[in-house]
Design a protein around this ligand. Structure first.
Ligand SMILES: [Zn+2]
Length: 171
């Protein structure tokens, strides 16, 4: 892999690390599944490296910070997805992020949509968020509903919105 690395990336030690199994002196920082990439930092020069499927390249500290925020966001989204899947106990729940919204589609006839704003998710822990998710009663309502519903979840609780919320059908 080193043949693809330019001289100006990182230091000699971290450039060489890509050819060793231990990756010394790089330390693993996190995985961003959406980007299919891993983040590493060099213990010698402090450089951040983004390792993609085919190549690794140095990224700035700012890019690394964005990367780690993405990792955290993914972990929360995964937890919310698990919680919702458990709440609905049956239908598949599909996740997508777009237009600053975490979108969860509960598959079925009809399907339902549950939206969480990025700001809301960023400013709460996964555990806090789980307390705002639809109650058993609401889940029952949704399961009985003959029409699709669009719900927005936030600090205000759960609100019905329409299908135009957050820029329309992203899914
Ligand atoms: Zn280095």
């Amino acid at each position: 892999m080193s043949s693809t690395l330019c001289e100006h990336q990182g230091c000699r030690a971290c450039r060489a690390a890509w050819d060793t199994p231990s990756r010394e002196p790089l330390t693993f920082q996190g995985t961003n599944h959406e980007r299919h990439a891993h983040l590493h930092q060099c213990g010698r020069c402090g450089a951040y490296w983004e390792e993609g499927e085919r190549a690794a390249s140095e990224i700035s500290a700012e890019q690394a910070s964005d990367f780690l925020q993405g990792v955290e966001m993914e972990e929360k989204a995964r937890k919310i997805l698990e919680d919702l899947t458990e709440c609905f106990c049956g239908p598949e729940v599909v996740y997508e992020f777009s237009n600053d919204l975490h979108r969860f589609r509960v598959e079925g006839r009809p399907a339902h949509w549950i939206y969480l704003a990025q700001d809301f998710v960023d400013s709460h822990t996964a555990l806090e968020i789980s307390r705002f998710l639809p109650t058993d009663e609401l889940v029952e309502d949704l399961k009985q509903s003959e029409q699709s519903r669009w719900l927005s979840v936030g600090t205000y609780g759960v609100h019905d919105v329409d299908d135009a919320f957050g820029g329309g059908h992203a899914l």
